[in-house]
Design a protein around this ligand. Structure first.
Ligand SMILES: Cc1cc2nc3c(=O)[nH]c(=O)nc-3n(C[C@H](O)[C@H](O)[C@H](O)COP(=O)(O)O)c2cc1C
Length: 341
C-alpha cells in the first residue's frame, strides 16, 4: 500500500471490491429480516459451495447442511447467533453437487456506529483432508459414533446371552460368553489403532482376524494342535468385522472341541483372502476326524450353531463345508463394505 492510502485509508467501494474478490469465502446475513437470510455472498463463497449468488441470496445458510451434519454443531451456531457472540465451528456441509466438505465457519455479529446489530458475517473455509482429521469437532463426532456402535454390539451380546441361557448350563454359558466378549474387545483394540482407520470406524480385517485366531487358539487351544494363520489385507466397517469375528471365533473353538477327538496332534489352518475390495473369503481347515455322519454344519441343535447361522444370515455370507476322513474345511465368502463406501 502506498503512503497516500495509508494516510487516507481505502475508499469503502475499493475495500469492498477487494473483499468481494478475495479468496476467503464470506456471507453477510440480515438478522432483521425473517429467518436471518443471506444478503450478500462473495465469489469465493460461490467457488467453495458451488452455489451462485442468485441461488444463495434470500435463503438461510442452513441449506448447506445435510444428513451427516451434526445437530450439536448446528445448536452451537444457533446459540452464538442468539447471544450475538463470535464463534468458530467445524461443520459438515454439502456443495451444490451434493459432495460433502468440512467447513470451518467463523461467525461474528457486526454492529453499526450506534452499537446496534446490523449483520452477521460468516467466513467459510473448506478444510483439507489433513486439517479435517485433526479437527476437534471431528474427533468428538467420531467418539459419539463409536459409543453408538458399542451400544449396538452390547445389544448383540445381550441377545446372545438370552439365547444361550435358555439352552445350556450356567458354567458353559459363561465360558462361551467370555470368549465372545473377548472377540469384541480385540475389535476395539484394532479400532483404537490410528493406522487402522480410527476416525472412520473401519477396521483392518486381516489384522483383526489374525489376532482373534491367535487369542482364541491361546484360550481354547490344545497342546499338539498347531495353528497356522495366513491373512491378506481387507478393510471393512467395525459393524461387519464384529460379526465376522464372532463367527470365526465360534468356528475355531468348535474345531478345537470336536475336530481332533482321540488325537494328540493336528493342524488348523486359518486363511483370509480378499479376491475383490468388497468381498473376503475366509476358510478354517482342520486335518481332524471330520464331521460325524449325518451332521449338518452349522448344527442347528447347538446354540453355537444357531449363533453362526444367524450371523451368516446377517452378513449375507455364502457357506461351503467339505468334510471327510481327512478333516473339515469351512469356507465363507462374505460381502464387506467400509463406512464410507
Ligand atoms: C452469517 C452466517 C453464516 C452462516 N454460514 C453457515 C455455513 O456456512 N454453513 C452452515 O452450515 N451454517 C451456516 N450458518 C448457520 C445457519 O444459517 C443457521 O443459523 C444454523 O443452522 C442454526 O439455526 P437453525 O437451528 O435455525 O438451523 C450461518 C449463519 C450465519 C448467521
Amino acid at each position: 500500500m502506498d503512503k497516500q492510502n495509508v494516510l487516507t485509508g481505502l475508499p469503502d467501494a475499493e475495500a469492498f471490491r477487494i473483499l468481494a474478490e478475495s479468496p476467503i469465502s464470506m456471507v453477510l446475513t440480515d438478522p432483521h429480516l425473517e429467518d436471518n437470510p443471506i444478503v450478500y455472498v462473495n465469489r469465493a463463497f460461490e467457488r467453495v459451495t458451488g452455489y451462485n449468488a442468485s441461488s444463495a441470496v434470500g435463503r438461510n445458510c442452513r441449506f448447506l447442511q445435510g444428513e451427516d451434519t451434526d445437530p450439536e454443531d448446528v445448536r452451537r451456531i444457533k446459540q452464538a447467533i442468539e447471544q450475538q457472540t463470535e464463534t468458530t465451528v467445524d461443520i459438515v456441509n454439502y456443495r451444490a453437487d451434493g459432495t460433502q466438505f468440512l467447513n470451518r465457519l467463523l461467525l461474528t455479529p457486526i454492529y453499526d456506529q450506534d452499537g446496534q446489530l446490523r449483520h452477521f458475517l460468516g467466513i467459510q473455509k473448506r478444510l483439507t483432508e489433513h486439517e479435517a482429521q485433526n479437527s476437534v469437532n471431528v474427533s468428538q463426532h467420531a467418539i459419539r459414533e463409536l459409543k453408538h456402535r458399542v451400544k449396538n454390539h452390547l445389544a448383540m451380546i445381550v441377545s446372545m446371552i438370552r439365547l444361550q441361557s435358555r439352552a445350556v448350563p450356567a458354567a458353559d454359558t459363561v465360558k462361551s460368553l467370555a470368549r465372545r466378549v473377548e472377540s469384541l474387545q480385540l475389535l476395539y483394540e484394532e479400532l483404537s489403532d490410528p493406522s487402522a482407520g480410527r476416525r472412520t470406524g473401519n477396521v483392518s480385517l486381516g489384522a483383526y482376524i489374525s489376532r482373534l485366531a491367535n487369542t482364541t487358539a491361546h484360550l481354547d487351544g490344545r497342546a499338539g494342535i498347531r495353528v497356522n494363520v495366513d491373512v491378506g489385507d481387507a478393510t471393512c466397517s467395525s459393524e461387519i468385522a464384529a460379526k465376522i469375528g464372532l463367527v470365526v471365533s465360534e468356528i475355531i473353538t468348535n474345531a478345537f472341541q470336536h475336530a481332533f477327538e482321540g488325537r494328540d496332534e493336528g493342524l488348523l489352518n486359518i486363511h483370509l483372502d480378499a479376491p475383490a475390495e468388497d468381498r473376503v473369503v475366509i476358510s478354517v481347515e482342520d486335518d481332524g476326524v471330520g464331521l460325524p455322519e449325518g451332521t449338518e454344519y452349522p448344527n442347528m441343535g447347538s446354540v453355537g450353531g444357531r449363533v453362526v447361522a444367524a450371523l451368516l444370515g446377517d452378513l449375507d455370507a455364502e457357506l461351503d463345508v467339505t468334510s471327510g476322513d481327512k478333516g473339515t474345511t469351512i469356507r465363507l465368502s462374505i460381502p464387506i463394505r467400509t463406512y464410507d463406501s
